[in-house]
Write a protein that binds this ligand. Structure first.
Ligand code: ADP
Ligand code: MG
Length: 699
């Protein structure tokens, strides 16, 4: 099998080599031009591509095609049409036109639009994105598309991402030309998203309403063992998990997704997959597909893949580290410091642009990862805090210090690793150790944004990052554009020096999990947007509206609509959780507790009936504890129920979101605390759903 991987890889993808093979030469060249230079595609070219695509798809077993898009639900959407076309005499041929390839018309009325589109204007369009290759899945040809309304507003995550990539490309090329890199024609953002997830047994999963309805457990006491032994991280893979991972890799490779690294994560039942990075647009599509394939392949193995940010209380949640860099069409990574970062003007300009961007738009970075699920992670001592800051490491910080203070930067010598054992190979240490607590860390030749949650589409964070960096580069360009070449180096030095002084506050190399940092960040004037409602409130500030409209990423209307969709999604999520919890407590947990109370009561009566002299104090004590719990749980449940109704009565979405945050969530937490406490007394056979122990240690 292993020898066949190169043949297997991308076998279900209409990739460059298939295109070269199947398309007439002039059509192939026209399409490449569109992909590389973002030029407009003519219909006759599209027609020719459609014919080749259909032939290839049919040869590979496809009967249908679909325009695959990414509406604001955060999931992907698809509607399948068959290739068949009746030709009379009861016969059909397989047909697919250029028009069908480039444009689709799904009824858009049932997708979230945040008021952008009234239901009577249901028309929406999908438009082919030739920069992300088509592929075959389940005998259907999938065509990646952007999704917009009748009047051209973006209703999806891909359109603004493509817009942000083009803006960044333009601004980066402008400044590179100014710095003398006239051979560079294009710059792309590259992304490598590391995906964390949990695997649980499917049969056990199916017995938990909370997992089914909300993706996370709303009740459940911790078993005697959690993650404290640190024995799961990088531990040997269990056979069932390993079999799942093998199948997943293969499924992803066939789809041309370069799955590279896999390992066990910190929490029991938690794992990670990282691909080799790709251009932003393709990497986002691939990550969406990866999440889908994880669920599908898990199902085949009798497992369920949980992508929620916090499926279990008391152990780590799941994130999605977004590794991000910039690459030129000539293959240069613009965030590679090289051997002498202090003398690398070009690197310093791009590094400084990222620092400036993250400092000025830290609120947007936080907003781009805001969700009800991720609120359980950020700031919870296991994931980066809700405060956005940048980790640069000692060497780069020293480089920036020397520029700011006009001192000489002496390069640190490479240090030989001392292992104390001569048989081990000799190698040099990295110049900086890793920092695990920073939300935005420089990791050698890229930045790693660690705030995104595991279920998030990474389109959002990359739209913000691309646009904010493009804006910083634009401002740098404006400052430098009239400087003669002979004075450029000095001008860049001055610019960087000023920018460091201004944006130094965002750089923090220490431990982000401490309270001292929270205090320090406050002193520095950094945002600490603890929850989704607090974060979203900043979305529509003047500064943010200006950024997006200036670069034509979003219109004001599009931003407001997205703000409303996010708020609504937050409220709905909490509402579903509150209802599910009430249901589980009322119809499952309390009856079980009642049953146990009855058993103990009967048992005490029985003891007394045999002989009044028999001791029953322990049973009576237990009964008192159980009765007390029962009362307290009923009480907490009633409060939650009443406030859930109150929430339903709030019309203003922002008010509703803050009510969820400040009232419903604490109510749920209080109910959970009493129920989890009582669970510890309940005999295993009476617990009406599988315990944490079964969930976490069943595979
Ligand atoms: P680490 O283990 O230090 O986080 P890795 O080298 O394992 O780093 O990479 C983690 C992720 O970062 C992988 O998905 C990798 O493809 C991605 N990555 C590496 N280089 C780049 C780059 N230049 N741009 C974007 N992502 C990158
Ligand atoms: Mg990493």
């Amino acid at each position: 099998m292993a020898s066949g991987i190169p043949e297997l890889y991308g076998s279900l993808v209409f990739n460059d080599s298939v295109m070269r093979d199947k398309l007439p030469k002039d059509v192939y060249q026209a399409l490449r031009k569109t992909i590389e230079n973002h030029t407009h595609l003519e219909l006759d070219v599209a027609n020719s591509v459609a014919v080749a695509m259909k032939e290839w798809a049919v040869e590979n077993g496809a009967t249908h095609f679909t325009h695959w898009f990414q509406p604001m639900t955060g999931f992907t959407a698809e509607k399948h049409d068959s290739f068949i076309s009746p030709v009379g005499g009861g016969q059909v041929v397989m047909d697919f036109s250029g028009k069908e390839l480039v444009k689709g018309e799904p009824d858009a009325s049932s997708f979230p639009s945040g008021g952008l589109r009234a239901t009577f204007e249901a028309r929406g369009y999908t438009a082919w994105d030739p920069t992300s290759p088509a592929f075959i899945k389940d005998r259907t040809l999938y065509i990646p598309t952007a999704f917009c309304s009748y009047s051209g507003e973006a209703l999806d995550k891909k359109t603004p991402l493509l817009r942000s990539m083009e803006t960044l490309d333009r601004e980066a090329v402008k400044i590179l030309h100014l710095l003398g890199q006239s051979d560079v024609e294009g710059v792309s953002a590259t992304i490598g998203p590391e995906q964390e997830y949990f695997l649980v047994d499917k049969e056990i999963y199916k017995q938990r309403k909370d997992l089914i309805f909300t993706g996370r457990t709303l009740l459940g006491a911790m078993p005697p063992k959690g993650q404290e032994m640190e024995d799961h991280y990088f531990g040997a893979l269990k056979p069932r998990v390993s079999a799942f991972m093998h199948d997943l890799d293969e499924a992803l490779w066939k789809l041309g997704i370069p799955a590279k690294t896999k390992h066990n994560e910190v929490a029991p039942a938690q794992h990670e997959l990282a691909p080799v990075f790709d251009t932003a647009n393709v990497a986002v599509d691939h990550n969406q597909l990866t999440m889908e394939m994880m669920k599908k392949v898990a199902d085949k193995h009798g497992l369920t893949c949980l992508l929620h940010e916090k499926p279990f209380e008391g152990i780590n949640g799941s994130g999605k580290h977004n590794n991000w860099s910039l690459i030129t069409n000539t293959g240069v990574n613009l965030l590679n410091p090289g051997r002498t970062p202090a003398a690398n003007t070009q690197f310093l300009v791009f590094l400084m642009a990222v620092i400036k961007a993250v400092d000025e738009y830290a609120d947007l970075m936080r907003i781009s990862v805001a969700s009800a699920g991720n609120d359980h992670r950020l700031g919870a001592n296991e994931a980066p805090p809700a405060i956005v800051s940048i980790f640069l490491g000692d060497e780069l910080t020293a480089v920036l210090d020397s520029i700011e203070n006009d001192t000489f930067f002496g390069k640190q010598q490479k240090v030989q690793m001392e292992t104390g054992a001569t048989v081990l190979p000799h190698f040099f240490k990295d110049n900086t150790d890793r920092n695990r607590t920073s939300p935005f860390a420089f990791t050698g030749n890229k930045f790693e944004f660690r705030m995104p949650g595991s279920s998030l589409s990474v389109a959002g964070p990359n739209i913000v990052l691309n646009t904010a960096v493009a804006e910083a580069l634009r401002q740098f360009y404006e400052e430098l554009k009239d400087i003669p070449e002979s004075r450029m180096e000095e001008a860049v030095h001055t610019l960087v020096k000023r920018a460091i002084a201004k944006h130094r506050r965002i750089i923090f190399n220490g431990n982000g999990y401490t309270d001292e940092w929270v205090q320090e960040a406050k002193k520095r004037g950094l945002y600490n947007l603890r929850s989704t409602p607090e974060a979203l409130a900043c979305f529509t500030s003047r500064k943010n509206l200006e950024l997006f409209t200036r670069h034509h990423i979003f219109t004001e209307q599009e931003i407001i609509s997205r703000y409303e969709i996010l708020l609504e999604n937050y409220c709905k999520t909490i509402h579903i959780e509150a209802k599910t919890m009430q249901d589980m407590v009322r119809s499952q947990f309390l009856p079980a507790l009642r049953c146990y109370i009855d058993q103990i009561t009967g048992s005490i009566r029985g003891i007394k009936a045999v002989s009044a002299a028999l001791p029953s104090a322990a049973s009576e004590k237990l009964l008192a504890v159980l009765c007390d719990s029962y009362e307290r749980i009923c009480d907490a449940e009633e409060h939650l129920e009443a406030d859930t109704k109150n929430a339903e009565g709030i019309d203003d979405m922002q008010e509703a979101a803050f009510f969820c945050r400040s009232t419903l969530i604490p109510r749920m937490e209080a109910l959970r605390a009493t129920a989890d406490d009582a669970e510890r007394y309940l005999p295993e056979n009476l617990l009406p759903y599988p315990s944490y122990e079964k969930l976490l240690f069943c595979v």
